[in-house]
Design a protein. Structure first.
Length: 113
């Protein structure tokens, strides 16, 4: 295999960094999605009960159902915003990675000929 230019090596390093960032975004998104499922489950359960409790620290305390519902709805909106933001950043990173990969392959192809 032909020696790669410094520019190609730099692009490969950038591509590796982009891939690492993508993995990080995917893990964050997965974490937020799990939290969202928990919040949605809590909201569904809240709709089927007359009394509500909230965990504060290491204890569970009685809470007003409507107040708890408002808190959960707010948390749900926040999680959905974070997930959407991460998805947009993820798409931009994927596009950059694809472009960088194409550039590296073109440079490698030029070296071969």
């Amino acid at each position: 295999m032909a020696e790669l230019s410094g520019n190609a090596e730099e692009k490969i390093e950038r591509l590796q960094l982009l891939e690492q960032n993508l993995q990080s975004f995917m893990l964050q998104k997965q974490n937020f999605q799990m939290q969202l499922v928990e919040v949605e489950s809590a909201l569904a359960e809240l709709g089927t009960t007359d009394s509500a409790y909230k965990i504060v620290g290491n204890i569970m305390v009685a809470s007003k159902k409507e107040k708890l519902k408002e808190e959960l709805e707010e948390k749900k909106r926040m999680l959905e915003l974070r997930i959407n933001s991460l998805e947009k950043q993820e798409e931009r990173l994927k596009e950059k990675a694809k472009q960088t990969q194409t550039e590296v392959l073109e440079e490698m192809h030029k070296k071969e000929h």
